[in-house]
Design a protein around this ligand. Structure first.
Ligand code: PLP
Ligand code: COI
Length: 346
């Protein structure tokens, strides 16, 4: 195995040692098995490909300061995957099975778990998809759950460095009462081209508004939105936002700091009232925003409004404090008083 440079890891698909698999068919789950073959044989008619009958999760395993290994809040990801599966009409993996497969994935890929001290972790990606070949638009009770992993460092190429975002006037993410609050593969398909355009213009992130009226903030393409106003942590309440486990954790951290937490609709206008704003999620951790521009048409040069928070790259005090708290708990540097760290026996 090539030596991994733990300090320069990004967020990439990675060929590790094994993938952990379980197959539900004929009313029962198969035994859990691991494979070193990084390819699937699937029918060309598979629903997962044609109709995006597929959902996934993202969670991280950490090597802590005392040498122990933990997975961060895996029961929350298990519950969210079960909810996504129900939405798609698919059989749901139990919490016990989901966590066992995640643990096995870490144990079988131990040489890819970054050592303590590099701000890096092992990102776990459980994928649940419908392999059944079918043209009819009805659920079929067969799924494959595959848990894969990749050593991961910083999502945008630097830890805790502010980045720019853009609100695209001509793209929406999720319809009201649609798929937005589920972690479905389909939700990401519509972000690829807007991301490509935004990146070419120097924006790291896309901030989507609620698609019904475009008057409220929903979330970033990769993460939830939060804003800091005085001693209040504000985050959108919306039917079309993914319920982020990182956001939930940060709300609890903010409350521990004695801050107020408001989860409510966030009007677009309010973006000018925050002292700090950022994205939060498993992959991005906390990404503070330097500024958020709004463009009527993403590909066009005109910016109609701009909300500024930090000099490019700079990070505000509350984002810094929250980042240190969550990563400190994950790496075992700060006591885990909430019981968020799920220990694994190596
Ligand atoms: N929103 C979107 C669209 C995401 O893809 C993610 C990533 O999982 C999040 C929010 C953050 O969720 P979590 O903190 O559970 O990773
Ligand atoms: C995660 O943070 O786990 C994600 O799934 C985000 C990814 C889609 C960029």
């Amino acid at each position: 195995m090539a030596q991994i440079d733990w300090d320069s890891l990004g967020f990439d698909a990675y060929r590790t040692r094994t993938v952990v698999l379980a197959h539900y068919r004929d009313g029962a789950w198969s035994d859990i098995r691991t494979t070193e073959t990084f390819s699937f044989t699937i029918d060309p008619f598979t629903q997962g490909l044609h109709y995006a009958i597929s959902c996934f999760e993202g969670l991280k395993a950490f090597r802590q300061k005392d040498g122990g290994i933990i997975i961060f809040r895996p029961e929350k990801n298990a519950a969210r995957m079960a909810r996504s599966a129900r939405f798609l009409g698919l059989p749901e993996p139990s919490e016990e099975m989901f966590i066992r497969m995640c643990e096995l994935c870490v144990k079988n890929n131990m040489e890819f778990l970054p050592p303590y001290g590099h701000q890096a972790s092992l990102y776990l990606r459980p994928l649940l998809f419908a392999p059944h070949p079918q043209m009819q638009l009805v659920p079929y009770p067969e799924v494959i759950l595959a848990v894969m992993c990749a050593p991961a460092g910083s999502y945008y190429g630097a830890h805790l460095r502010s980045a720019a975002a853009v609100i695209p006037g001509d793209f929406d993410r999720a319809a009201p009462k649609g798929t937005g609050s589920y972690k479905l593969s389909a939700n990401y398909a519509g972000t690829f081209v807007p991301y490509q355009i935004a990146h070419a213009q120097g924006y790291a992130e896309l901030l989507y508004l609620n698609s019904a009226t475009r008057e409220y903030v929903d979330e970033f393409g990769s993460s939830n939105f939060f804003g800091i106003k005085g001693d209040t942590y504000v985050t959108p309440l919306s039917d079309s936002v993914l319920p982020s486990i990182t956001n939930l954790t940060l709300q609890e951290c903010a409350a521990d700091f004695g801050m107020k937490v408001e989860k409510r609709p966030v009007p677009l206008e309010e973006l000018s009232e925050f002292e700090e704003a950022g994205g939060c999620g498993t992959a991005v951790v906390i990404t503070p925003m330097s500024h958020i521009d709004m463009k009527p048409v993403l590909a066009a040069p005109e910016v109609s409004r701009s909300f500024r928070y930090e000099e490019d790259g700079a990070v505000g005090p509350v984002c810094t404090k929250l980042y240190k708290r969550i990563t400190g708990i994950q790496f075992g540097e700060i006591e885990d008083t909430h019981g968020w760290c799920h220990k694994i026996q190596a």
